[in-house]
Design a protein around this ligand. Structure first.
Ligand code: PPS
Length: 575
């Protein structure tokens, strides 16, 4: 039988309000609205589906203060994380927010009306106090403290919500179960004991062994319950992770385990978060919950120390074990013992026996270099999925951004590079010459400072998109301004590859040579004033201060230049 919900009743607001659906959606059309942030959307979904039972809305000031100070709602129910709806002072004015007002909460992705909130109060939180109490320190190295400081608006709106509908998803829909659906599923399969495994990372063999070991000890079934809402910045994206989870499910004995996705916005609040996770799992009908080492840990603080002790989360859950009425299954880190071909909790490894470990950063490095990943660590299909999403450097896209004066030789170098890279193979090669871009993308732009900047940002946008798809991009505009080139570098960097994928090549051929060899007579026209604001003549060219390589066709041949650029790519692991 599924576990009791937290507080005694599952607050499935969708089911509760289904009979007034037509009335609520009609009313929603005439109310003012708040378009939710991504995090508020995750929170609202779990309020609506009962995952946050006994909450029926966003915390009022009384509940908020009580949760922050005592880990309990004002009525004494354990609830360790404040679930709040933040708005700005301007929002309060323009939306006319006041006690008693009804307001629609909308999905930011499709504007769908999800719920109607009746405002009970509007209050100004003490964010520093919240940071210290909930996260342990007002330290912006903690992702949720940074979020609180930079993203959370200054006022909170408290009140209950009525449900219109759950957010619509297009990804992994069949794997998204609400608490009610999961409870029905457990009932159908006659699962009486279920141990849940929370994760925000790809799963490997250690996780499979850990969960099976727990099931064996408890004689239970397993719920793999990964977070697909918001996790720690820099985590593996959820698309990749879910493919990994689907692959690992095939490694469990048939009928032992079930995979369901949790649309939670994590706070990385360590011990408090572990208690919160336990409450959520209880609401999903789970009876046992695995808490491992450094559960929901945010990493290092600004002094380089851990925010929480490695087993603090286990201690706090233990403290509330009785009233949580979900049994914690504490786990030590697992380590591989080759002589047993088995993973064993680190505190149970027999004395003197050889063990093997491979750190997360070593695994990332091996993915990056394409080096082999041992069988004892993972499974082939999982490694394949990760390699697909995180291709090694030799498969990643990059941009060679050639900047220089008109007729500096950058077009000839660009064309030669295209041929050499095509000969090398392995990537599609795109050449974006200044004149091509001007004709195809920027035909309405002129040569004012503003238009030149716009032109470069268009090149940057296209280059970043191509790079993301693994192409080699050679761009060769004049690009006379440092800030435009820097913005282009930033656009490509924002893709977050595993190394540098943007190379600024300064074609520093002196103006005198560019002018002397200008067969088309463009410089001559500029000198005569027939072209105004011509780069190098009566408009500025800011020489790059941070070029990755500087070349000059008065000193080097085109093949020599191409060779030096290819060596730069090789040094960066791209060839
Ligand atoms: S920029 O500054 O990066 O946007 O310039 P770019 O897109 O590379 O364009 C260079 C081509 O435009 C012709 N042209 C000018 N260049 C510089 N300054 C002025 N005022 C100007 N007016 C026209 C220049 O001759 C290059 O032409 P192509 O077609 O490449 O020969």
């Amino acid at each position: 039988m599924a576990n009791e919900p937290h507080g005694g009743t599952l607050k499935d607001l969708i089911a509760r309000d289904a009979h007034i659906y037509a009335q609520l959606s009609q009313e929603a059309q005439s109310l003012r609205d708040i378009v939710l942030t991504e995090r508020q959307l995750c929170d609202l979904e779990l309020i609506l589906n009962g995952g946050f039972s006994p909450l029926e809305g966003f915390l009022t000031e009384r509940d908020y203060k009580s949760v922050v100070d005592t880990l309990r709602l004002a009525d004494g129910t354990l609830f360790p994380i404040p679930i709040t709806l933040d708005v700005s002072k301007e929002d309060i004015g323009t939306l006319n927010l006041e006690t008693g007002a009804r307001i629609v909460l909308r999905d930011p992705r499709d504007d769908a009306a999800l719920a109607i909130l009746t405002i009970e109060d509007i209050y100004q939180p003490d964010k520093i106090h919240e940071a210290i109490n909930v996260f342990g320190a007002d330290d912006p190295a903690h992702p949720s403290v940074a979020y609180l400081r930079n993203r959370v608006k200054d006022f909170y709106v408290g009140g209950k919500v009525q449900a219109v509908q759950l957010p619509t998803y297009f990804d992994y829909v069949a794997l998204r179960f609400t608490p009610t659906e999961l409870r029905t599923h457990f009932k159908k399969l006659a699962w009486r004991k279920v141990v849940a495994f929370q994760t925000r990372n790809p799963m490997h063999r250690a996780h499979r062994e850990l969960t099976v070991r727990a099931a064996r000890e408890l004689q239970s079934n397993i719920l793999i319950h990964p977070v697909v809402g918001l996790t720690k910045p820099g985590d593996v994206d959820h698309y990749t992770r879910v493919r990994v989870y689907e692959a690992i499910m095939t490694k469990y004995p048939n009928g032992l385990a079930h995979l369901s996705l949790l649309p939670l916005a994590m706070r990385m609040a360590g011990p408090r978060e572990a208690v919160w996770h336990a409450i959520i799992r209880k609401n999903y009908g789970v009876t046992h919950f695995i808490v491992g080492r450094d559960h929901a840990g945010p990493g290092k603080n600004s002094q380089g120390a851990d925010f929480y002790g490695l087993y603090d989360a286990q201690d706090l859950v233990k403290k509330y074990q009785e009233e949580l009425s979900i049994t914690m299954v504490p786990f030590r880190a697992m380590t591989y013992v080759p002589s047993l071909d088995e993973y064993v909790p680190e505190d149970q490894v027999p004395e003197g026996v050889q063990t093997l470990d491979l750190s997360g950063s070593e695994l990332r490095k091996r993915l990056q270099t394409g080096a082999s990943i041992p069988d004892w660590l993972s499974y082939d299909p999982i490694v394949r999925i990760l390699r697909e999403s995180y291709p090694p450097r030799v498969k990643q896209g990059f941009v060679l951004f050639l900047t220089g004066l008109y007729n500096s030789g950058k077009d000839s170098i660009g064309r030669a590079l295209q041929v050499v890279l095509n000969q090398q193979g392995g990537r599609s090669v795109s050449l974006l010459l200044g004149e091509t871009v001007r004709a195809e993308l920027s035909s309405e732009l002129g040569f004012s400072a503003e238009d030149r900047h716009k032109n470069i940002q268009r090149i940057a946008f296209v280059s970043a998109e191509l790079t993301r798809s693994g192409a080699a991009v050679i761009a060769a505009p004049i690009a006379p301004y440092e800030h435009s080139r820097q913005a282009a570098r930033d656009s490509v960097k924002a893709l977050g590859g595993s190394g540098n994928n943007f190379f600024l090549v300064h074609v520093a051929t002196p103006l005198e040579h560019c002018e002397k060899t200008d067969r088309k007579g463009v410089y001559a026209k500029a000198r005569r004033g027939e072209i105004k604001g011509f780069t190098g003549i009566d408009d500025v060219y800011e020489a790059p201060s941070n070029a990755d390589i500087t070349v000059d066709i008065t000193h080097q041949t085109v093949p020599e230049i191409v060779h030096s650029i290819m060596l730069l790519l090789e040094t960066n692991g791209l060839l």
